[in-house]
Design a protein around this ligand. Structure first.
Ligand code: ATP
Ligand code: TZP
Ligand code: MG
Ligand code: MG
Length: 263
């Protein structure tokens, strides 16, 4: 059975500490996928919610010190109870505050997956890469090698997204090539991907790189099909159709279209 089928059958509970730009879209995306979203960031409850969740998504998109403490408390609780964690270091490299917090989280919390654009991942491990706010700037460098270096340094699976997506644990590396540039015209496409990865990890007992790769590839296939359905009407129609297709794309259709290469 595919991880996608398992998500739809078991409806995993995903605890999200995310930003106030994408909270609603993320919750709707997880529901469409077949998972159960729980948004909670109060210090009084984050440890309890992380403990009972099947996976935890930590996203520093709209950062402040309250959220930093929520992230550290939830992450510590999830580590204690073997709950897998996806961390999205939104905007790492854009300001020294964000870079410092991203590095602190990666040091204090045992991550299962780090997911970011190439600039964010570079800055988490102290490398440089141009960045424009929360978007990756153009840069030169070997993205596969950067992802592998980050995986070694952090001891976790690293997902670097862009036109192609690199998924690596430092030993095994996959390149996932589905997707569509229209994803860059809506806010939150990277953020929702983090939560979708969390849902796939939640149904993988070993928290495997194959589950993460299927999540990333499935997301790209969904984007392609959603774009075809709205026939280039633009970002607004695409954003809604993407939710529809998260619910409607079957495991069979996914299998027909997935493009994954083992490097
Ligand atoms: P950024 O802020 O730099 O856009 P992000 O956090 O939004 O980063 P992305 O790298 O845009 O994250 O990745 C989100 C999704 O969009 C992923 O599924 C990725 O494969 C897809 N994607 C991004 N750019 C392209 C592209 N040029 N062509 C196809 N798919 C893309
Ligand atoms: N500003 C702070 S967080 C955020 C913006 C626009 C959302 C970023 O979402 P994504 O998924 O990285 O495009
Ligand atoms: Mg994007
Ligand atoms: Mg992002």
């Amino acid at each position: 059975m595919s991880f996608l089928q398992k998500v739809r059958e078991t409806n995993p509970l995903i605890h999200n500490i995310t930003n106030n730009v994408v909270t609603n879209y993320t919750a709707n995306g997880l529901l469409a996928l077949g998972a159960s979203p729980f948004m909670a960031d109060a210090h009084e409850e984050v440890s309890d919610v992380a403990k009972l969740a099947n996976a935890l998504l930590l996203n520093m998109g709209t950062l402040n010190n309250n959220i930093v403490d929520s992230i550290l408390m939830a992450g510590t609780s999830a580590n204690k109870h073997n709950v897998p964690i996806v961390f999205d270091p939104v905007g790492a490299g854009a300001t020294s505050y964000r870079t410092a917090i991203a590095q602190k989280v990666a040091k204090k919390i045992k991550l299962t997956v780090l997911r970011g654009n190439v600039a964010e991942v570079a800055h988490v491990i102290g490398e440089s890469w141009s960045i424009k706010g929360v978007d990756a700037g153009s840069g030169e460098g070997n993205i596969v090698q950067l992802a592998q270096k980050a995986a070694h340094q952090l001891g976790c699976i690293v997902v670097v997204t862009g036109a192609d997506d690199v998924i690596t644990d430092g030993q095994t590396t996959y390149l996932a090539s589905n997707g569509h540039p229209i994803l860059t015209t809506i806010t939150g496409s990277g953020c929702l991907l983090g939560s979708v990865i969390a849902a796939f990890l939640a149904v993988s007992e070993q928290h495997s790189i194959e589950a993460v790769t299927e999540a990333v590839s499935f997301y790209g296939v969904v984007a392609e099909i959603a774009n075809e359905m709205v026939e280039a009407k633009g970002p607004g129609s695409f954003q809604i159709e993407f939710l529809n297709q998260l619910a409607l794309v079957t495991p069979e259709l996914y299998q027909q279209r997935t493009l994954i290469q083992k490097l």
